[in-house]
Each structure stands twice: as C-alpha cells, then as structure tokens.
Design a binder for this molecule. Sequence first.
Ligand code: FES
Length: 372
Amino acid sequence: MIVHDLPSSTTRPRSLRKALVAALGVLSYPHHPDRYLELADPLLVTSANYARITDVDRNAVGSVTITVRPARPCRPLPGQHVTVSVRVDGVRYTRCYSPTVLDAGTEERPDLRFTIGLHPEGTVSRHLHDHAEVGGVVELGTPAGEFVLPHPRPRRLLFVAAGSGLTPVLSMLSGLVAEGYDGAAVLLYYTRTPEHVPRRDELDALAARPNVEIVHVHTRSGEGLLHGRFDRAHLTAVAPWYADTPAYVCGPPELLEQIREVYTSHGSGTMVNSEEFALRTPAVSPGEAGGEVSFAASGIVAGNTGSTLLEQAESAGLSPEHGCRMGICHSCTAIRLSGCTRDVRTGDVDSEPGRRIQICVNAPVGDVAVEL
Ligand code: FES
C-alpha cells in the first residue's frame, strides 16, 4: 500500500495550531481563516474533518476501495457509518458509507477504509471509482448509526452481506477479531462473480481464524459451495443454528426482507439487525401521487410525481442539502408547511404542519408545501 504522510503541519501540537489559527483569524478578518487554509491544504481546516486518500484499490469489478487518513479524530464503532463529501464539477456531494477502522494511524485518528459500490446513476460512487487517487482529499462527517454489535457479545453471530454491504460487516468481524472474540462467527457474502469480491486479502485473513467462517455465494457464477440469490437453504447449509442467533445483515432491501421473513417464521424476527443501502421504490402508490408540490422558498410549484421530495426538488431544478439519501444522516431535513407525506421506509403518513422532515425518505401524498 502506498501511504503518503500527512503534511507536517497536521501533526504539530494542537496548541501551536490553535495559536496559528487565532493569528490568521486576525489577518483574514472579516473571513474565517479556514477560507485561506483550505486553499493551502484542506487538512489544515479547523471547521471540517478532511482526510487524505492513502490507498486506492480498483481490483474488484463494480467497486472501489479507498483508504483515508483523517486530519481530526474520527473513530466509528464497527458497523457505524460516516458521511463522505466530494466536489464534482464544483458541486459538493455527500453520501453515507460504513468504513472499516484499520490498525494504521493513531488511536484517535485511525485510518479508515471504505468500499464503495459503483452505481450507474451514482454521482459520488462514479466520481470516486473513476477519479479517486492517492493524495486526494475527501471530507468526513461524524460517525453515527445503530448498526453495531451488542454487549455482551453473543456466543454465535451470523452476518449476511451483499456487494458493498460488506464494509460494515467486515468492520464488525475485524473488530471482533481485534478484541479476541472466541465465539463462532459466520459470514454469508453475496456477489455476482468471484471477480466482484473486494478486499479478498482481508476476507481470507479473517477466514483463516478458527472461529470465523466466510462463505462466498455468487449469483451469476456456478463457482463455490452455494450459488444463486439468497435462499433459506443457504442459511440451513452454513448456519443450521441460525434461528436463535442474532443476524447482522447489510444489502439491498429485498435481501433484508427475505432474511427477516425467514427469522419471523421461527418467531425470532427481532434478532435480525439490518442496514439497507438502497430505498424501496416507488415511494408512493400511483393513486396517491396526485396534486402539486410547492417549494415555498423558491416559489416553484410542480406536479406531484410520487417520488421523494428530494427527487422532486431536484427534478424541479433545486439543489437541496443532502447526504445519504436513505434517511440516515439527517442532512436533508426541511419544514413541511402543509399537506401530507409518507415515510417511504415505514409507510407511515403524517400531516402535522411545521414539522421538520427528511425529504429523502418522505414522499408527498396529494398537495404538499415544503420550505425549500
Ligand atoms: S440525505 Fe441523509 S437523511 Fe436525507
């Protein structure tokens, strides 16, 4: 792995850096010193956490894996996500990704490794896939998320992941190994073909542990012990004890639903813990998608298409602040002034005027006005 040291300025004692920033504040008035520091080196900025890309791996088909070294503390728990922001053609885009915390770096600022699945329409994933390079910079948010392992650790754990849903699960498995977990852990990992498997070295190293089993399932290749899309028989084959074992699942909604169904049939649906990386569509049924959506602050009114308010705002030419587009990061909240919206994750409808809603996971039902 190629590792570039951070500029020496980022490793100076904090007190000296604080004094320098204070002095710069006087010189740069009326602007914040960050405005100038960002031009010199984004990692010097005090109001955001930038991270230097130290490694880029494009060996797996359909994803890119980047390793970054943050300038400021950022230590997610295994399974948590952080927002990653990049600039594409001068516009800042933010998405949520779950990193693996690595041994490299410092206790407070460990290196983080993200595997980012390439989505054909994904601005950020395509940008990182095509353009991420060693020495480049991304901006990180604060770790968040409830997709974490319980305490005390269960004696057995089942993990199921698909595609880039591997990263939080890999982070959990690595964390378990690092803390000396001696229970049994099984990972069922779905990819299209062997060529689509990212981070093969890390997976193989984990699989070499006596208490960790990793089973690759390819949906478009006959190789391996199991193939095809998820099936109850897969669980029976690799973890016949699964019904009384907590499951940690990360992948598309269909996979999560299928596993929850299987567990629910045993009366243990609550043992499934999940993180989705795509929203279900359509947002509302065609019958609900009438009326108009008013974007009050911009004075734009558009016909309600039934998709989420974020998508409809973008279609109307607006660029609302947003991050994960999945209801996780809360960076897209806006005030619903009137009308009714449906939470596309739960199906719940709500019409209380003046409520702040996440526009990426709320779709208008009939006429709606929102403060955008
Ligand atoms: S964009 Fe993250 S919650 Fe809406």
